[in-house]
Design a protein around this ligand. Structure first.
Ligand SMILES: C[S@@+](CC[C@H](N)C(=O)[O-])C[C@H]1O[C@@H](n2cnc3c(N)ncnc32)[C@H](O)[C@@H]1O
Length: 281
């Protein structure tokens, strides 16, 4: 007899849990909803209905991918960030919850002032810059990303959100601003910040994400130095800049930014020192 939705979700959770997947209940349920093309409410109301064999087999294939360590977000092909769904997959970093806090901080600054031109450096999916462009239609947001695979996702997400004030630029942030653009009122970035030698030891799921999104050079500060030397000088008087950092980095990053910024470390919702931010000196 065919299993019910609820039964399959239970079996799926046990399967993932036995294979060391954290949040096995959540992941198994999300994969099942995705596979059956239903939402959480339908799962609750139709939980006892049988699932046909073809769908059950497709579900098992997704469970196998997850059990092998592939991130849930890549399997689903999209992930919510700041109220919008962003396409994700191999070649682009999955948006993280702490980055929503960085986005919120920037949107708060824009709300308070006259910040009209925004640069998002190392944009990836565009989760930060596109969310700012959506929340603040009075701004012009320039999103910079170097790598083809990530840039494809950026283009896809920008097209889906259809924001006339978002401008995509494929360029190397380490080399400075590639074009004659309006000077920024606000610079935001979540750059690669992992020490090159520590990438191999990261969580299994992170190994599926591109090393180019993680590699912050030998000491992890390559991008912060480039931002300090090549981008912060462009910031307008009274401008604001905010960057996300690895654990333990915000103090050093604030010092690197000190020639141009009244920078200080800020903590994330988990109480970890996570950002460096401040106004132009
Ligand atoms: C840590 S990810 C952040 C992505 C996105 N901003 C987010 O918060 O999810 C860093 C991004 O920088 C991009 N990147 C790496 N080196 C770069 C470079 N030299 N110039 C521009 N972008 C670069 C990577 O491809 C990746 O998309």
């Amino acid at each position: 007899m065919a299993s019910s939705l609820r039964g399959l979700a239970r079996q799926g959770a046990a399967y993932l849990s036995q294979r060391g997947v954290e949040d096995a209940d959540f992941d198994a349920r999300q994969l099942l909803l995705h596979c059956c093309g239903i939402d959480g409410t339908r799962f609750l109301t139709d939980g006892d209905k049988p699932v046909d064999d073809a769908k059950a087999a497709a579900y098992q294939a997704l469970l196998d991918r997850r059990a092998a360590g592939e991130p849930l977000q890549y399997i689903l092909g999209q992930w919510d960030f700041y109220g919008s769904a962003f396409a994700v997959g191999p070649g682009v970093l999955i948006p993280r919850p702490e980055t929503e806090q960085l986005t919120e901080l920037c949107i708060g600054q824009i709300g308070r002032g006259v910040h009209r031109t925004v640069y998002d450096l190392c944009a990836g999916t565009g989760c930060i810059g596109l969310s700012i462009a959506k929340a603040c239609p009075q701004t012009q947001v320039y999103l910079f990303e170097l790598f083809d695979a990530a840039f494809c996702y950026l283009k896809k997400n920008a097209a889906a959100m259809a924001l006339p004030n978002a401008h995509l630029i494929q360029a190397d942030v380490l080399r400075g601003c590639p074009a004659d653009l309006p000077a920024p009122d606000l610079i935001v970035s979540n750059p690669p910040y992992v020490k090159a030698g520590e990438i191999a030891g990261l969580q299994r799921e992170v190994g599926f994400e591109p090393a180019t999104a993680l590699d912050g050079g030998e000491d992890g500060y390559v991008f912060y130095r480039a931002i300090a030397e090549r981008w912060l000088p462009l910031l307008k008087h009274n401008g604001f800049a905010a960057v996300e950092c690895g654990e333990g980095q915000p103090e050093t990053v604030s010092a690197l930014f000190a020639p141009y910024l009244e920078a200080r470390p800020l903590t994330d919702v988990f109480g970890i020192s996570r950002f460096a931010a401040g106004n132009r000196k």
